[in-house]
Design a protein around this ligand. Structure first.
Ligand code: SF4
Length: 351
C-alpha cells in the first residue's frame, strides 16, 4: 500500500476528515428530509451499519428548517446537500448542520458567497465542493470539445475552490464524481497534485447493488490504493444501508479500517463434502455486527484447509459430514456437520 497523502485535517462535528484521520464512511438518506421521523429512522439504521457521516438532500426551505430537529436526534455529523440556493445554505447553517455540500460558483452573487463563507467560518462548518462530470460548466465543456474530461472536472473544482479561498475559507473537501472509473481516478489524481484539501471519493451512478458494489470497489479501491481519499461514499441504487456495508468491505479489504470480524472462505470445488456455501453464509450472517478484531476462515477440505486456517484466528475445515474447528492453526475439535455452526460460534464468542 502506498503511503497515504496527509491532507488538511478538517473537523466535521465530532470527527475529522483528512490528515491522520482514518478514511471515514458516509452515505446519503433517500427519505424526504421534511419527514423528520422517517429520516431519523433511516439515519439510525445507517449508524447501526457503521455510517460515520450522513448527508440529506435540502431541496427547499422546509427541508432546511427540518435539519435542526434531525440533528438533535442523531450522534453523527449531518451534512446538508444543497444546490444553487444560498438561502437554504444559510438556513442549514442556522439549524446547526456539521457540513455543507454546495458549489459556491452556483449560488449567485459574490455577496452571497461572502456571506455564506463568513457564516461557515464563524461556526466552523466545512464545505464540500462536489463536481459531477454530468453538470460541468458550459464554458469548460466547450473548451474540451463538449466532453466532460477529467481535466475539465479538475478545472471546475479549482474554480469553486478559488471562490472560497478568495473569501478566506479553507475548510474545503472536494469530490470529483464521474460514472466511469477511468475519468474518476484520473480526476482525483490530477486534483491531488494541485491541492491539499481532503478528498471525498465516490463513483456516481454506479448502479444497483451488484454492479455498483463492483464499480465502487474497483474505482475507490484504485484511488485508495494510491494513498488518496479521506472519506468515501459508495453510491448504489439500493437501500443506503447497503452502501455502508460495501464501503466497509472496501476499506477492510485494503487494510485501511478494521470493523467486526473478517470472514474468509474458500470457493468450494469438487473436493468439498459438506454444504460449505450455506455454512459460510450462515457464519457470515451470525457474525455480522459482532465487534471483535479477529479473522475467521471457512474452508471446504483438508487438502488446503488446514494451511489456510493457520492464517485465521479460528477456522472451520470441512470433511465428509464433519468439520474440524481450528484455533490458530491447531485442531480444537472434530464436530458433526449439524453441530458445526453452533459449536463454531461458541468458540468465536469465547475467543
Ligand atoms: Fe477445494 Fe479444499 Fe480449496 Fe475449498 S479448500 S477450494 S474444498 S481444495
Amino acid at each position: 500500500m502506498c503511503i497515504r497523502k496527509k491532507t488538511r485535517k478538517i473537523k466535521i462535528g465530532n470527527i475529522f476528515i483528512g490528515g491522520d484521520a482514518p478514511v471515514s464512511v458516509q452515505s446519503m438518506c433517500n427519505t424526504d428530509t421534511r419527514d423528520v421521523e422517517a429520516t431519523v429512522k433511516q439515519i439510525k439504521e445507517l449508524i447501526q451499519a457503521g455510517c460515520e457521516i450522513v448527508r440529506v438532500a435540502v431541496p427547499d426551505m422546509e427541508a432546511a428548517k427540518s435539519l435542526g430537529k434531525i440533528k438533535e436526534q442523531i450522534n453523527i455529523p449531518l451534512v446538508a446537500d444543497i444546490h444553487f440556493s444560498a438561502e437554504f445554505a444559510m438556513e442549514a447553517v442556522k439549524q446547526g448542520v456539521d457540513k455543507l455540500r454546495i458549489n459556491p460558483g452556483n449560488i449567485g452573487s459574490e455577496e452571497k458567497v461572502a456571506m455564506l463563507a463568513e457564516a461557515c467560518n464563524k461556526k466552523g462548518i466545512p464545505i464540500r465542493i462536489g463536481v459531477n462530470a454530468g453538470s460541468l460548466e458550459k464554458d469548460i465543456l466547450e473548451k474540451y470539445n463538449g466532453k466532460a474530461t477529467s481535466e475539465g472536472m479538475v478545472e471546475s473544482a479549482m474554480r469553486h475552490i478559488k471562490i472560497l479561498e478568495d473569501n478566506n475559507f479553507f475548510d474545503i473537501i472536494v469530490s470529483l464524481k464521474a460514472s466511469d472509473i477511468e475519468r474518476t481516478v484520473e480526476a482525483y489524481k490530477l486534483l491531488s497534485e494541485k491541492v491539499n484539501y481532503p478528498l471525498h471519493l465516490g463513483i456516481t451512478e454506479a448502479g444497483t447493488s451488484f454492479r455498483g458494489a463492483i464499480m465502487s470497489a474497483i474505482g475507490l479501491g484504485i484511488i485508495l490504493y494510491e494513498g488518496l481519499g479521506d472519506t468515501i461514499r459508495v453510491s448504489l441504487t439500493a437501500n443506503p444501508v447497503e452502501e455502508i456495508r460495501v464501503a466497509w468491505e472496501i476499506l477492510k479489504s485494503l487494510g485501511l479500517r478494521k470493523k467486526g470480524i473478517l470472514v474468509t472462505s474458500c470457493p468450494t470445488c469438487g473436493r468439498t463434502e459438506i454444504d460449505l456455501i450455506k455454512l459460510a453464509q450462515d457464519v457470515e450472517n451470525a457474525l455480522e455486527g459482532m465487534e471483535k478484531d479477529i479473522k475467521v476462515s471457512v474452508m471446504g477440505c483438508v487438502v488446503n484447509g488446514p494451511g489456510e486456517a493457520k492464517e485465521a484466528d479460528l477456522a472451520i475445515v470441512g470433511g465428509k459430514g464433519v468439520g474440524l474447528i481450528m484455533k490458530k492453526g491447531e485442531i480444537l475439535k472434530k464436530v458433526d456437520e449439524k453441530e458445526l455452526l453452533r459449536e463454531f460460534l461458541k468458540e468465536v464468542k469465547n475467543f
